[in-house]
Design a protein around this ligand. Structure first.
Ligand SMILES: Cc1ncc(C[n+]2csc(CCOP(=O)(O)OP(=O)(O)O)c2C)c(N)n1
Ligand SMILES: [Mg+2]
Length: 893
């Protein structure tokens, strides 16, 4: 930037002319017309383009506060009392972590993240975060996970948590309960609303939360409100693709209900976030480029007089030159060092600070630690209209924790402080507690009627109550939906349909239901046509906050691409991470908004657990309800697509998620039974569950539901087709799942007609359910050694079942192997371990050895092992069934 000092009249003509323009511009600003100044710049920019002069692109503004102190909203609060409250929260947060680690070495916890974010949180808690009340839906606040100690400490001061609970931070199993390390709604369902600790998930979930609020409003499911979504994000956390990956959605959708606050302490765990660069400037460019309102809050009020003197932009220029690694150094260095290295670069800068002592220079506060600056930034953010806002607040990691910790690279994992550091803390913040309390690091809560405690409570009262606080606000649904699903129980009468088609027909029917129809939220990541869901476009419309501003190319067709403001389908585009974030928002609306939305997220099954398993884990933590539908599932059922697409994994990857019920159904009636029961359990009975159902694209006739199979379908297995004759000496029990069940049924016929083996066929709808039931029974038996033992459901089904046991599925062999020990004689498992292939279904099933031939052959082999048949029978079968004994192992091929 040119300054007056650069202009030497008559020397360089150009500079003089440039300076004249700048002076004219300054005059407009000095007249108090910033709007006009902006317009002039815009008009000149447009003029330049029209005249063919390229306009220089600048994603960044100088390294100064976006809000000039002249335009700052005045701080509406009592700064002194606010400071006292903050000190108390800081102390108790510190005490909590230090005590926990004195009691139990290595229990962990973080001091430094909260040290940096305390002021940002406190301004929010005292002045901005509105609680959920019966009258107002409240703000949704995603709090930076590693700063949890500060949130607990505040709740303790508010009287919501006891000293005992604080004492048991990170020791949740102690009598009286403890506190979870991070925000976990599962572990603290009355407290935490949003799990944020896996870096990147909080930010993306908050974006889709803000969008879902608009969706609910545009669809008339809730009244419009000015409720906000606040997301507190670490600067290191912005490296996660999820953090920045969806920011353009927020600006495209004009989500001015969304506020990101990035805690720019310039450090992550190991060291600086951008030692050789500028994280604040980098983020500014990214967010501005994406269309966000960016508020940089870098410098505290102490800097205002200096910037006032900086009429020529020298200081701003110098501050923009210093890299973050150097800024971090200033935190640990003396005032003299700062004088030399910041201001020493130019004698004019040195002059600016000649009246400042070194101590004053060292103490110059950063924006994120100045309540006035933060208040002004937050106020500007909540008042801003038309786009989301990000506040980039400069802070110091480990702020207030003493020289050995503040700004050091080791600060992140600091859990202990020596007595000197504790005393230093007390002195620095003017904490009025006794010396012995300092040494003991005792929790400290002044009397309720002390001015600071009253202030804290009054502030919260004005904002409607406490935050965070989780409460289930929806009333349970009451309907019985047996009738709604009954048509799917009777078979397709010769018509061949796939389970995907059957499911879509059910979805269509649910959408028309008077009670649940409007609550259904279909979510697709650009895959609706793959699943034959395009008929829904026209039926319920695709949600678009702007309606449809164009005439779709297929307008004259029945199933045209209909976008509508009240559209019901969330067509998310190609983002499984975004879609599952919508799923979580919709599946937790029963708590956050008191609305029982029922999400159905339908996606390519390989790109579900494999791609976004951590978000699915967060869904479970959040007590999400709803249905995940893995479409075009099955390693051999999805023909042609090959290695990356063919899913034989998801049912294994679904195993660890405790609240998830995973099903691999073969028939429409099974799906209908599962979905009907699922809605009942989740929304009528209020259970904290969600469902994963795989659906396939192989068309076949859907049979009628066998009588008495309902319980078995839900529990995980039932006998679908008994052997034709139970008299045969050679017996087998065959298990099939999903579309492989039909291979098993074919094997049953081969075995009967060619080898006189009478086999019962079981449909195993859920290995996960069977496994869960089995381990629960085993555990109960272990703990009740003298009582009548519980029998796992698998054992109950198969008690006395004759013959050998063979299972085949389109997933890994691990699934049947898991339940093998509860069957009378162990299971021979067939599955699809290995990489997929581009091939036809028949070739794939041969390659993975899960077709009827291999099932029959494996059964005969099992009978041979049991000594029930001669080797010659197996030899003959090898020929008859054309089994290639030399074929390569699909696992390693
Ligand atoms: C997905 C994921 N990866 C790694 C971690 C471990 N981790 C916890 S905090 C942290 C550093 C955080 O840095 P930043 O986001 O800058 O937050 P700060 O503590 O500096 O405020 C890391 C790597 C995590 N929690 N989640
Ligand atoms: Mg950081």
């Amino acid at each position: 930037m040119v300054t007056r000092a650069d202009v030497h009249p008559g020397e360089i003509d150009e500079l003089e002319e440039v300076w004249e323009w700048i002076e004219s511009f300054d005059a407009v600003v000095d007249q108090g017309k910033p709007g006009l100044a902006q317009r002039i710049l815009r008009e000149i920019g447009e003029r330049a383009t029209a005249r063919g002069v390229p306009v220089p692109f600048a994603a960044n503004t100088p390294y100064v506060n976006t809000i000039h102190h002249r335009d700052q909203a005045p701080f509406e609060g009592d700064q002194e009392l606010g400071r006292k409250v903050k000190t108390l929260v800081r102390w108790n947060a510190l005490a909590m972590v230090v005590r926990a680690n004195r009691l139990e070495h290595n229990i962990g916890g973080h001091l430094s993240t909260y040290g940096s974010i305390a002021n940002l949180f406190e301004v929010g808690f005292n002045h901005f975060f509105r609680a959920r009340t019966d009258e107002f839906e409240g703000d949704s606040v995603y709090l930076q996970g590693h700063a949890a100690p500060g949130v607990y400490a505040r709740a303790f001061l508010e009287g919501r948590l006891t000293a005992q609970q604080l004492e048991n931070f990170r020791r949740e199993l102690k009598p009286g309960g403890g506190l979870s390390s991070y925000p976990h709604p599962w572990l603290m369902p009355d407290f935490w609303e949003f799990p944020t600790v896996s870096m990147g998930l909080g930010p993306i979930m908050s974006i889709y939360q803000a969008r879902f609020m608009r969706y609910l409003e545009d669809r008339g499911l809730k009244a419009p409100s000015d409720a906000k979504v606040w997301a507190f994000v670490g600067d290191g956390e912005t490296d996660e693709p999820e953090t920045l990956g969806a920011i353009t959605l927020a600006s495209r959708e004009h989500l001015d209900n969304l506020i990101f606050v990035v805690n720019c302490n310039l450090q992550r765990l190991d060291g600086p976030v951008r030692g050789n660069g500028h994280i604040i400037q980098e983020l500014e460019a990214a967010f501005r480029g994406a269309g966000w309102n960016v508020i940089k809050c870098v410098w505290g009020s102490d800097w205002d007089p200096l910037f006032d003197q900086d009429t020529e932009g020298l200081l701003a220029k110098r501050l923009g030159e210093i890299v973050d690694g150097e800024y971090q150094k200033f935190v640990v260095e003396s005032g003299a060092y700062i004088r030399e290295h910041v201001f020493g670069a130019d004698p004019r800068l040195l002059k600016m600070v000649e009246g400042y002592t070194d101590e004053q220079l060292r103490k110059m506060r950063h924006g994120g630690h100045d309540p006035k600056k933060v208040y002004a930034a937050f106020k500007a953010a909540v008042d801003h209209k038309g786009s989301p806002t990000v506040i980039l607040a400069r802070t110091i990691k480990g702020y207030g924790l003493g020289e050995a910790v503040e700004g050091r690279n080791v600060t992140h994992q600091q859990k202990k402080l020596d007595e000197d550091a504790l005393r230093h803390f007390g002195e620095r913040f003017g904490l009025k507690i006794r010396e012995d309390q300092i040494e003991d690091v005792s929790f400290y809560r002044p009397p309720d009627d002390s001015p600071e405690m009253r202030y804290m409570q009054e502030c919260r009262k004005k904002l409607g109550g406490y935050v965070p606080r989780r409460r289930v606000r929806a009333k349970p649904l009451v309907g019985d939906r047996k009738e709604l699903f009954s048509e799917f129980l009777t078979g397709s009468e010769g018509r061949e349909v796939s389970t995907t088609m059957a499911f879509v027909a059910m979805l269509r029917k649910m959408l028309r239901d008077p009670e649940i129809g409007k609550l259904i939220v279909p979510i697709v990541p650009d895959e609706a046509r793959t699943f034959g869901m395009e008929s829904l476009f026209r039926l319920v419309g695709i949600y678009s906050s702007q309606g449809q501003l164009y005439e779709p190319v297929d307008m004259n067709t029945l199933l045209y691409y209909k976008e509508a403001k009240n559209g019901q389908i969330l067509e998310e585009g190609i983002t499984e991470a975004g879609s599952i974030s919508s799923f979580i928002a919709a599946g937790t609306a029963y708590a956050n908004y008191g609305i029982n939305t029922i999400p159905f997220f339908i996606y390519y099954s390989m790109f579900g657990f494999q791609r976004v398993a951590d978000l699915i884990w967060a869904a479970a933590d959040s007590r999400t309800r709803g249905f995940l539908l893995g479409g075009t599932a099955g390693r051999t059922t999805l023909a042609g697509e090959g290695l990356q697409h063919q899913d034989g994994n998801s049912h294994v990857l679904a195993l660890p998620v405790p609240t998830l019920r995973a099903y691999d159904p073969a028939y429409a009636f099974e799906i209908a039974t599962i979905v009907e029961d699922g809605i009942d359990r989740m929304y009528n009975k209020g259970e904290a569950l969600f469902y994963y159902i795989t659906v396939m694209n192989e068309p076949y006739e859907m049979p009628t539901m066998p009588t008495g199979s309902r319980e078995g379908i839900l529990k995980g297995m039932y006998r679908f087709r008994p052997a034709a004759s139970s008299k045969s000496k050679l017996r087998a029990q065959l298990f099939g799942s999903g579309s492989i069940l039909r291979e098993v049924l074919k094997a049953q016929e081969i075995l009967d007609s060619k080898y006189h083996v009478a086999a019962d066929v079981w449909s195993v709808t859920s290995y996960k359910q069977l496994y869960t039931d089995g381990i629960e029974a085993e555990r109960w038996n272990m703990l009740h050694p003298t009582e009548k033992a519980r029998v796992p459901y698998v054992s109950e089904c198969l008690a006395g079942a004759p013959g050998v046991f063979v299972a085949a599925s389109d997933y890994l062999k691990a699934l049947p192997n898991m339940i093998s020990k509860w069957t009378p004689r162990g299971i021979a498992s067939l599955g699809t371990d290995g990489f997929g292939r581009s091939e036809s279904r028949a070739s794939l099933r041969d390659f993975f050895e899960v077709d009827a031939r291999f099932i029959a052959f494996t059964t005969l082999h099992e009978l041979l092992r049991e000594g029930k048949i001669e080797g010659s029978v197996v030899q003959k079968a090898i020929k008859d069934l054309e089994i290639n004994l030399e074929k390569p192992d699909p696992l390693t091929t």
